[in-house]
Design a protein around this ligand. Structure first.
Ligand SMILES: [Zn+2]
Length: 399
């Protein structure tokens, strides 16, 4: 008896999750449209919708569905009652945004700031940024906001919720930012390693919708890799899998942020490219100025070298993981279709050809902001009910 009660409760929650995800994907819909779209009976949909309204996830709009018979009111994601916060920590600039449950961040609902030099400074800056966006409504925070998702760079131990080592932002080493933030603002916080955040964002809102086997190679600041295989994010034992960036490719090469020398990350990233351009110019420049310097010409050798190592990175991912689609995330490749093409043709030569032919390579249009937001929304959906194939097993819950 008790067993069947538990089972029917779980079934109700699974139905709620399906209805919620239907509206997240398709926008406002009537109960009748939801029933058709989810393959559920009208009473089942009505029950799920009732519960989602009571819990503040959905709201009825004034708009109705046209057509014959009794017009059906449209239901949409609640705009005021259920929001989430996304936080992106990066080596140079951090970002905080407030999002609706469909992932949209309204225009005036985000702030950016330069990354402080100390951990305490960072924590305080994030707390005051959250206050700025939420109107310092600390008591009201947990009513309207359901949680905060953080994208963090470096090795994140998902068991301990701790950034074990962040090669490009050492102030995070040994810190538990999601837990510290959670304690201060009284909201559930989850941290995602930034490459994993990119995967979750691309799968929820980007070109990887519905994909169960894909890879995300981020070659911007550092070299990060996220793999979704069989519908699950590969995390390894403690969430630290996929650190392709710290494989040695140049023995005795440049010193890497991890302490080793000649890691792939030191030669196959936007940062590496900017470093080479800086040497050429005789002054330190970031990636934007390095790209601008290309217009002047004379950088062919630098481009050639970076393209070569990018191709090695691409070939390694395809040979090892056999993804159906590989998304590439980096400003150098995005800046010029000709450079992107060169990386692909060079990678083709370095990859096992059956694996290369089995893989589409696309430029990623997602970003870490969407990833942070998607991470917490995915987590909330998992809390509602388990999905049959969930991407969120790499998340850390800390509240
Ligand atoms: Zn390294």
């Amino acid at each position: 008896m008790a067993g069947s009660l538990v089972a029917s409760e779980l079934l109700s929650k699974i139905n709620e999750r399906r209805v919620l995800e239907f509206v997240q994907r398709n926008g406002p819909a009537s109960r009748a449209v939801m029933a058709r779209g989810c393959g559920m009976s009208a009473p089942t949909v009505s029950k799920a919708v009732g519960s989602l309204i009571r819990n503040g996830f959905l709201e009825e709009t004034e708009a109705s569905e046209g057509g014959f018979g009794r017009p059906g009111k449209l239901l949409q994601l609640s705009e005021e009652k259920a929001n989430v916060l996304g936080v992106v920590i990066d080596a140079d600039v951090c970002w905080i945004g407030s999002a609706r449950l469909d992932g949209v961040v309204p225009k005036d609902q985000s702030v950016s700031f330069r990354t402080p030099k100390s951990y305490d400074g960072l924590l305080q800056a994030v707390i005051s940024g959250v206050g700025e966006i939420t109107g310092h409504a600390k008591d009201g925070l947990s009513g309207r906001f359901r949680g905060v998702g953080l994208s963090v760079p470096g090795l994140l131990n998902s068991r301990a919720g701790e950034t074990v080592m962040s090669p490009n932002l050492h102030l995070l080493d040994g810190q538990r930012l999601a837990a510290d933030l959670s304690n201060q603002i009284g909201l559930k916080g989850i941290a995602l390693q930034e490459s994993h955040a990119l995967c979750v964002g691309e799968r929820m809102y980007g070109a990887a919708r519905g994909m169960d086997d894909f890879a995300m190679l981020d070659v911007s600041t550092g070299l990060g890799l996220g793999i979704v295989s069989g519908g699950r994010l590969l995390t390894g034992n403690s969430g630290m899998a996929g650190e392709l960036g710290h494989i040695t490719v140049v023995p005795d090469g440049e010193r890497c942020g991890c302490g080793n020398r000649g890691c792939l990350e030191t030669v196959a990233t936007d940062t590496a490219f900017a470093r080479l351009i800086s040497k050429q110019l005789g002054r330190r420049v970031g990636i934007e100025k390095a790209l601008a310097a290309l217009a002047v010409g004379g950088s062919e050798e630098v481009i050639e070298q970076t393209v070569d190592y990018l191709a090695i990175a691409v070939a390694a991912v395809i040979n090892i993981f056999n993804p159906s689609t590989l998304f590439l995330h980096g400003q150098l490749m995005n800046s010029d279709p000709a450079i992107f093409k060169r990386v692909l043709s060079r990678a083709k030569k370095r990859t096992l050809s059956p694996s290369f032919n089995d893989c589409r390579i696309l430029q990623s249009r997602g970003n870490k902001r969407l990833g942070a937001v998607a991470g917490i929304i995915d987590h909330l959906a998992n809390e509602l009910a388990p999905a049959f194939a969930t991407i969120g097993n790499g998340n850390v819950e800390l509240s």
